[in-house]
Design a protein around this ligand. Structure first.
Ligand code: AMP
Length: 395
């Protein structure tokens, strides 16, 4: 059963509680990146156009269940107000008298931002009483925080049981639509590009994707666990020794299914993971690696991966191909970003580093869907049901 979205709601004159993801980087009250605030604007604007009173709630950081000014959402109210071009009333608590007073003050058609949900330990405990208090502020519940949907918290799961109506926000709806489509009905060939630091973080995704994919391209530090499992010399590259058997098992199953699993054939190696370290490109397996580490995929690997991507009709990409934060090891990731952007089909990217890489390559606009919920998108692609998504369906 598909969940309803805000498009299906009649909210004129009604109070709508919207769970958003405003977990933005803030230091000394200054927001350094407001992408997540901007991502929620379409849902907020739509609700306002429909005549709703919009009550926004989010977590910010890890205040551990106690009020802490460092994690206050107040600076976000000001930034949001600039974006919306209208006042945003800030409530110094997310429940109780202060929350209710702010909602009353905002009046019909107004916007309220509640203080950090995690100032109450009950939020993360999914406490029923707390969920009920949140619900009592509104008539309708909308969840637009895909990035928090993998956690069953009071504001993402519990609250749904205490409101008459609930629906997915536009951002949440888009995430579920695109991620759901790649899992259930991908156009073929369907290719996944996985990279980043650890196999362990992406093992569930790999396992769940093996039966669905036509090709799996592996890069980043992750590749070295697979290479080592093949008995290849990897020097001091990052390897998860406890996963060597798992890597062999993945390769075996990929082979059985006729899935093309590609590992780097050349790489950029250096003695240390740092800016200015002397870098050299070697064939993978060349013993000359010695005590050095592999820190980026090499040009021949880029060519191979690019050729596979050129035929793809659906692509998911999560995780950089190397230590792309350092220019000397960024080329592989940037080239893959360009290759993914050139795909004539559906492209879905997740994970902060891959998102930063497409931005750095200047190709963000050419990606079909950029998934903002890092952990949540990995769990979704790993085949897990997300409590925040399920709760909306069950209503
Ligand atoms: P993840 O969060 O798992 O996607 O991992 C991202 C991190 O992996 C980035 O900070 C990269 O610098 C790092 N990374 C990618 N490739 C390598 C590599 N070959 N060796 C060490 N770290 C890497």
């Amino acid at each position: 059963m598909a969940s309803r979205t805000v498009n299906d709601l009649d909210v004129s004159g009604r109070r709508v509680f919207v769970r958003v993801d405003f977990n933005v980087p803030i230091k000394n009250g200054v927001i350094s990146d407001d992408t997540r605030i901007q991502a929620s604007l379409p849902t907020i604007r739509l609700l306002l156009e429909k005549g709703a009173t919009v009550i926004l709630a989010s977590h910010l950081g890890r205040p551990k269940g106690k009020p802490n000014p460092e994690y206050s959402l107040r600076p976000i109210a000001d930034r949001l107000s600039e974006h919306l071009g209208r006042p945003v009333h800030f409530a110094e608590d997310c429940i109780g008298e202060r929350a209710r007073a702010a909602v009353d003050k905002a009046g019909t058609g107004g916007v309220v931002l509640l203080e950090n949900l995690r100032f109450h330990a009950e939020e993360e405990k999914n406490d029923a009483g707390f969920a009920k208090e949140l619900a009592s502020l509104a008539d309708v519940y909308v969840n637009d925080a895909f990035g928090s949907a993998h956690r069953a918290h009071a504001s993402t799961e519990g609250i749904v049981h205490h409101v008459k109506e609930s629906a997915a926000g536009l951002l949440m709806g888009k995430e579920v639509e695109y991620l759901g489509r790649v899992l259930e009905a991908p156009d073929r060939p369907f290719v996944a590009v996985l990279g980043g630091a650890k196999v362990s973080d992406k093992l569930e995704v790999i396992e769940n994707m093996i039966p669905r994919l036509d090709a799996l391209l592996i890069g980043g530090a992750m590749a070295y666990t697979f290479l080592k499992a093949r008995g290849v010399a990897v020097g001091k590259s990052l390897v998860e020794t406890e996963l060597l058997d798992t890597a062999r098992d993945v390769e075996r199953r990929a082979q059985e299914r006729g899935l093309r699993l590609e590992l780097p054939v050349d790489h950029v190696v250096a003695p240390k993971l740092e800016q200015g370290a002397p870098a050299e490109t070697l064939e993978v397996g060349d013993e000359a690696i010695g005590e050095r580490m592999g820190l980026d995929i090499g040009p021949r690997t880029v060519d191979t991966y690019r050729a596979v991507l050129a035929d793809a009709k659906t692509v998911i990409w999560n995780g950089p191909m190397g230590v792309f934060e350092i220019d000397a090891f960024a080329r592989g990731t940037i080239e893959i970003a360009r290759a993914v952007a050139s795909v004539d089909g559906t492209t879905v990217i997740g994970g902060g580093d891959s998102i930063a890489a497409v931005a750095k390559a200047g190709v963000t606009d050419r990606i079909t869907h950029i998934s903002t919920g890092g952990g949540a998108s990995l769990e979704f692609l790993g085949g897990r049901t997300l409590p925040g998504v399920e709760a909306l369906k069950n209503r």
